[in-house]
Design a protein around this ligand. Structure first.
Ligand code: ADP
Ligand code: MG
Length: 275
């Protein structure tokens, strides 16, 4: 008989909530419906992977969740801020204060050092930090790169560049980190290191992390996997769950999220959380 213990982790919070998200590109005969009604919650303390084939709408959804793109229909709340009725400037404000992005191609400024690249994010966020350079080096230290603080991107490996990009996303402590194909440009070893880092970053009880990927090597790092196909969410899994507690969602028949989570712990205990 297995021993059931209550989880010591604090209850997770909803950091982002999307309801009924539809995105249509183009007009008239050229109209393409890319997202067809997406409901999604991201909770603090979790690394969620969004997986699906190329063209299924992953980047479009990520851009909407990150307030880069406006949905055609639907509601979005980021860290308690409703985006309803916001103009482009209002949306950009929600994004700057609450969302950190990690892009596939790193997007580092080549003429700036690692520290300066991270400091730029503090500027963009208008983050009121007392000592910005020290804060930036602290963010680099958190990704294991304090010793590369003065290096320019051209002197960094792909894995190091992606870690600087993660430090930049973390600077100013946004509540939501969104990463688009963060391992796509990396070899296996660096890809694993970046995923391990993102899963660490996601352990913060005040932060949720969502990574878009079609790289199956990322699966072991996930708390939760959402599958998207042709603009619909077609499934959801929690890899650590025992099969009898497994959750699956299907378009049109969606399991209520977070009702019963069970995780294997060291093979000896099972933790059951009710939230
Ligand atoms: P994924 O990231 O899963 O590969 P995307 O979200 O990039 O998918 O794209 C989903 C679909 O939307 C694709 O068919 C793509 O061609 C289309 N699409 C994306 N952006 C635009 C746009 N700005 N205008 C028209 N179609 C677009
Ligand atoms: Mg994409």
């Amino acid at each position: 008989m297995s021993v059931m213990v209550e989880a010591a982790k604090p209850p997770s919070k909803v950091m982002l909530e999307a309801k009924g998200i539809v995105k249509v590109f183009g007009t008239g005969a050229g109209e393409v419906k890319v997202l067809k009604g997406i409901d999604l919650q991201l909770r603090s303390g979790e690394l969620t992977l969004l997986m699906g084939p190329s063209g299924s709408g992953k980047t479009t959804l990520l851009s909407i969740l990150g307030c880069i793109l406006t949905p055609t229909e639907g509601d979005l709340e980021v860290a308690g801020n409703s985006t309803e009725g916001l103009d482009a400037e209002g949306l950009a404000d929600v994004r700057r204060k609450n969302v950190g992005f990690v892009f596939q191609g790193y997007n580092l400024f080549p003429t700036m050092t690692a520290t300066e690249n991270v400091m730029l994010a503090l500027d963009v966020r208008s983050a009121l930090v007392v000592d910005a350079p020290a804060h930036a080096v602290g963010a680099l230290d958190a990704v294991g790169l304090a010793h590369r603080a003065t290096a320019f991107p051209s002197k960094l490996s792909g894995g190091e560049k992606q870690r600087v990009a993660i430090a930049r996303a973390l600077a100013g402590s946004p509540s939501v980190i969104l990463a688009d194909e963060p391992t796509a440009a990396l070899d296996a070893e660096n890809g694993r290191a970046v995923m391990a880092l993102l899963s660490e970053v996601a352990k913060d009880p005040n932060r949720a992390v969502l990574a878009v990927t079609h790289d199956h090597r990322t699966i072991p790092y996930a708390d939760r996997i959402i599958r998207i196909e042709d603009g619909y969410i077609v499934g959801e899994e929690r890899p650590g769950e025992t099969p009898d507690q497994g959750s699956k969602t299907h378009a049109g028949k969606r399991r209520r999220s977070g009702t019963n989570k069970t995780k294997a712990l060291g093979g000896r205990y099972r933790i059951r959380r009710h939230d």
